[in-house]
Design a protein around this ligand. Sequence first.
Ligand SMILES: NC(=O)c1ccc[n+]([C@@H]2O[C@H](COP(=O)([O-])OP(=O)(O)OC[C@H]3O[C@@H](n4cnc5c(N)ncnc54)[C@H](OP(=O)(O)O)[C@@H]3O)[C@@H](O)[C@H]2O)c1
Length: 335
Amino acid sequence: MRILVLGGTAWLGSHIVEAAVQAGHDVTALARGESGGPPEGARFVRADRDDPGALDGVAGERWDAVLDLSRQPGQVRRAVDALAAPTGHWVFVSTASVYADSTTRGTDESAELLPALDADVMETMESYGSAKVACERFVLDGLGPDRALVARPSLIGGPGDRSGRSGYWVSRFTRPSNPEGRVLVPDVPDQPVQVLDVRDLADWLVRCAEARTAGVANVAGPTHRFADHLDTARAVAGFTGSLEAVDEEWLTAHRVQPWAGPRSLPLWLPREAVGLNAHDTSRAVDLGLRTRPLADTLRDAAGWQQGADAPLSLGAGLSDAEERELLATRDAERR
Ligand SMILES: NC(=O)c1ccc[n+]([C@@H]2O[C@H](COP(=O)([O-])OP(=O)(O)OC[C@H]3O[C@@H](n4cnc5c(N)ncnc54)[C@H](OP(=O)(O)O)[C@@H]3O)[C@@H](O)[C@H]2O)c1
């Protein structure tokens, strides 16, 4: 197959290109080149999709499949306008952040969406979900229901995860911040957690392109309880220390952020947001999604964080100093 990946140079995009090349396809990646080039074996077309005529270099060719990873409605609209006619099948990588309700667990594809962003450019991540809703519409309207797949991933993890979320717990259990080996964890044992390995997602997306799979599908890793996620991370790290479990109110009062980012406990979600990482993925499983064991994803994410390719500071978690200070506060409150 002749496959065009719009944005095949960053994390998921590179894995898609690699999976498609390995499957024997003729792959072209189009991007600016700011995230580097695509993996070996793919042709690279350098273009800025915000420039008029950015797609001129690929619009004259016939594509069996286009895979697009953009979050900018204008880029997606222009791509559909330029490439829908000469393309057999379209796969758009959206997000599970398109849903209006973030509290309910087990949301399927029929749930209400956020309003579509009424602009070509998403200015901040605040409007990420709405921007992807607008992108989805351009794809589904432009290609029709039989020629497009809209994939809505929940959290993606594994090697190369610069957000630091999927590597944090194994890394923390491997190197506790304190000599006693205590680790601060959120006291949310039953909170659902879904992590989908980037390699499994890329493999599934390429197989969907090959099979011309159409429709809309949530796509996420298997649902684990937070306690089981931590147990898996502990086992991978060989951790034998103790856990200091603290509740949501305590964490909020001590300015610890949920989910991601600095001074956070990654993957923990406040009660009203647990639906953000607990989607119904039965459709994707029926469509052939295969997932590797969670331990492999967490081990490889943490391993990558220690390696030479990782940035010096990753985006999520508590620093050693922050964790030590929080544990000391906790001990002082007990006295
Ligand atoms: N991380 C998660 O947990 C998560 C969850 C749900 C969904 N998603 C979705 O998964 C996808 C992740 O993709 P990714 O990992 O490959 O990273 P990404 O940062 O979303 O990829 C952006 C790609 O588009 C290219 N690009 C950006 N601006 C461009 C422009 N103006 N013109 C041409 N190309 C441009 C980038 O390359 P250059 O910089 O070289 O141009 C890069 O290849 C996204 O669609 C994201 O919304 C992620």
